[in-house]
Structure formats: structure tokens, C-alpha cells
Ligand binder design. Structure first.
Ligand code: PLP
Length: 404
């Protein structure tokens, strides 16, 4: 790494709380799917700020929408509302295909959208929540109770009671866990943080059947999978189920913090009434303008369909390498994991960074790719062309001191 990077990271270490470990790079700016570090080195960003930079960096429509909004009103509080907030709520309901009477609560992050879903589920008069092993729903103490990874949870226990984790994709386990005491089943249609795992449409349909039969809510966490990421506006739309609520965040603001809970139909939306929940910043005019601009650009540029075709292109190109270190490419649309036959994802990610590509070693044996939806097939091909050498470098025997 260059000098400026090293110097700033030393300051980072002394001043920023260490929960993220020491990042490898200090990024300065971006354009489209590229980012530059403070030493001027350019990278093709195939992680897209963790599925957030849906339009990449510096997209003219997003930049102009938030610049214009910033000059008009950044914030008005939820004592009032704004035209943008109303329009974004309407737009989300329409894109989700949610029925008449559906309504949106705006938050500032994914975890806060989950918090709203937890409170919504409590209003059923029940407190049981069924979530999945491997689940990631966020880090606030409420959301953390649904998140599964013991290393994230255990230092902070006791968390809210009533949460049962079942093996993801195991139909029998789900049948056994959902009862008349269940307030909600909360599932990711694709588990991103667990390594991009899909349980398949039949599992989500079963979750719908069981929740309906027991009078529980089906909440689908679309925070990572939503907003076109998997090749449809929302991943649940591929399974042919209608949930009771979805949570959305990451891609929605294109980088401006925003989260949302969409409650499907008047009965579910009516569970939370005046005074029962709130947020100072949630859905403020700046965030709403960002959300509207992102949704409009995705529609104007056909990026939902593009996510599907570019994602398929990536799978085909990586598969065609027939590299011995590649087991498979899983996921949907532009949410993918290249699964390796050896636990060397961290080494591959490090050599990729050296070569100018940002990828995420989401598991010891899996590289997650969640590039901006504007990524071109040429850019994906550029990475695929470099991949064999990156994989070879990760498994090459380390030079001994005599050789070096
Ligand atoms: C990222 C993520 C969250 C948490 O979102 P934050 O904005 O980090 O709070 C929750 N659920 C899923 C599926 C996510 O990918």
C-alpha cells in the first residue's frame, strides 16, 4: 500500500473504534464501478459497498436529485411529511406488488427496518419468532436476537426472548417450529452474509403456508436481495409467495442511508398505530429523493433485467474457466458467490485487491460479488480473465526464505 494509505490507517487505528478490524484501504472517490484509494490506485469494485451502491458512484441522476434536494430541504422531521416521502412509499408498494392498503415505515438502516418488523410482529399479541440458522438481520440488540452467528450474539446476551433458529431450507424443522404461539417467521430469500445461500422457492412457499395456517406473519428480509439485486425487484417475487411484510435498505438509497418496512395489506399495516413506533430521521426528504432517483434510474436503464442477464453471464464465464479451485457459482442475479474447493477466499481477495479488483471473502471458501447493478458484462469479463491467476496465486506454495 502507498504512503498516504498507511499514514491514514495509522490514524484510523488510534481514533476509530475497532469493531471493523483494520480496513485494508482508504478510499477517496469513485466513478461508475471504479473506486480510487488515497494513493491514486484504481479498483473495479465488485462488492458495491456491500450491495448498496446500486448505481455505482457519481451516477448523474442520483447526484443531481440529492444535490437539488439538499438545496430545498434536507430534513423536516416526522412531525411533518414531504412529497418525496409519500411518493417513495407509493413507489415501494407498487414495485412490491403489495395489495391496496399496504403501507411503509421509513427507517435509516437495515437493522432498524428489522426492529420495525419485530415490533409489528409483537402487535399480533404473540412473541415467538422463528428465524433461520445462518441468518443475518443486523446488529442492534433486537435484530441481533434474529441474527444467528454465535460470535455476534453471545457477548451481548441476554437478547430478546422467544426467538427460535431452524436449519435454513429444512422443511421439517420449519414445520416443527411454527406454532400458534409464533408471531412471525423471518427469513432472507437468499442469505447474503452466510455465503449467498438459497433455500429454493418451495421452502418460501412452505413458510407462507405454515404462517397462514398458524396465523403468524411471514416477514421476508429483502435488505440485501431487494431493489433489483437478484434479477427481480424483490427476490420473493421469484418464489411466487406474497409475504406479510418485507424489509428493504441497502440498495434503496444508492448509498444514502435509508431503510423501510413494507407492511402488506391494511390488516398488517394497521398493527402499528400512532405513537407505537418512530424515527427522527427516517424517510427524510434527502433520503426519499435518493430512493426515488435510484428506483427511477433502475427502471429507466432496465437494470432489473440487466442484473438477471449479467448475473447469468458471470456464472457462465466463471464456470467456463473449469478452474480446479472453483466448485460452483451460486446465488441469483448480481448477488453471487464463487465457491472454492479450498478455504482460501481471504488470500484470493487479497491478491485480487493487489490486481485492482474488490471482492468479498464472505466465507473461508466463498467470494461474494454484489457489484453495482450498472456493472457491464465487459467489466465482469475483465475480472473473470484475471481470476485464474488470482486463484493460482492463492494456492501456490509460499516461497521459502532461500528462494526469495
Ligand atoms: C445488511 C443486512 C442487514 C442489516 O442492515 P444494516 O443497514 O447494516 O443495519 C439486515 N439484513 C440483511 C439481509 C442484510 O444484508
Amino acid at each position: 500500500m502507498g504512503a498516504r494509505n498507511d499514514e491514514l490507517l495509522e490514524r484510523y487505528q488510534r481514533s476509530v473504534l475497532g469493531v471493523f478490524g483494520l480496513p485494508p484501504l482508504v478510499l477517496a472517490h469513485g466513478s461508475g464501478c471504479h473506486v480510487w484509494d488515497v494513493d491514486g490506485k484504481r479498483y473495479l469494485d465488485l462488492v458495491g459497498g456491500l450491495a448498496v451502491n446500486a448505481l455505482g458512484h457519481g451516477h448523474p441522476a442520483l447526484v443531481s436529485a440529492i444535490s437539488k434536494q439538499a438545496g430545498e430541504a434536507i430534513h423536516v422531521s416526522n412531525l411533518f411529511t414531504s412529497e418525496g416521502q409519500i411518493a417513495l412509499a407509493e413507489r415501494l408498494v407498487t414495485l412490491a406488488g403489495a395489495p391496496e392498503g399496504s403501507a411503509v415505515f421509513f427507517a435509516n438502516s437495515g437493522a432498524e427496518a428489522i426492529e420495525a418488523a419485530i415490533k409489528l410482529s409483537r402487535r399480533t399479541g404473540r412473541s415467538g419468532i422463528v428465524a433461520a440458522e445462518g441468518a443475518f438481520h443486523g446488529r442492534t440488540t433486537g435484530a441481533l436476537a434474529l441474527t444467528h452467528k454465535p460470535a455476534y450474539r453471545e457477548p451481548f446476551e441476554p437478547l430478546i426472548p422467544g426467538v427460535t433458529h431452524v436449519a435454513y431450507g429444512d422443511e421439517e424443522a420449519l414445520r416443527a417450529a411454527v406454532t400458534d404461539a409464533t408471531a412471525a417467521v423471518v427469513l432472507e430469500p437468499v442469505q447474503g452474509e452466510a455465503g449467498v445461500l438459497s433455500p429454493g422457492p418451495a421452502y418460501l412457499r412452505l413458510a407462507r403456508e405454515l404462517t397462514t395456517a398458524h396465523g403468524a406473519l411471514l416477514v421476508l428480509d429483502e435488505i440485501q436481495t431487494g431493489i433489483g439485486r437478484t434479477g427481480t425487484w424483490f427476490a420473493f417475487q421469484q418464489a411466487g409467495v406474497v409475504p406479510d411484510a418485507i424489509t428493504v435498505a441497502k440498495g434503496l438509497g444508492g448509498g444514502v442511508p435509508i431503510g423501510a418496512l413494507v407492511a402488506f395489506g391494511p390488516e398488517v399495516a394497521g398493527l402499528l398505530t400512532a405513537g407505537q413506533h418512530g424515527s427522527t430521521f427516517g424517510g427524510n426528504p434527502l433520503a426519499a429523493a435518493a430512493g426515488l432517483a435510484v428506483l427511477q434510474a433502475i427502471e429507466d436503464e432496465g437494470l432489473v433485467q440487466h442484473a438477471a442477464t449479467a448475473g447469468r453471464h458471470l456464472v457462465d464465464a466463471v464456470t467456463a474457466l473449469h478452474h480446479p479451485l472453483v466448485r460452483e457459482v451460486r446465488g441469483a442475479g448480481l448477488l453471487r458467490a464463487i465457491v472454492l474447493t479450498e478455504p482460501v477466499a481471504a488470500q484470493v481477495a487479497a491478491s485480487a485487491r493487489e490486481a485492482g479488483f474488490i471482492v468479498n471473502p464472505v466465507a473461508p471458501d466463498a467470494l461474494r460479488l454484489a457489484p453495482p447493478l450498472v456493472v457491464t458484462t465487459e467489466q465482469l469479463d475483465e475480472f473473470v480473465a484475471a481470476l485464474p491467476a488470482l486463484l493460482d496465486a492463492a494456492t501456490a506454495p509460499q516461497p521459502t526464505s532461500e528462494e526469495s
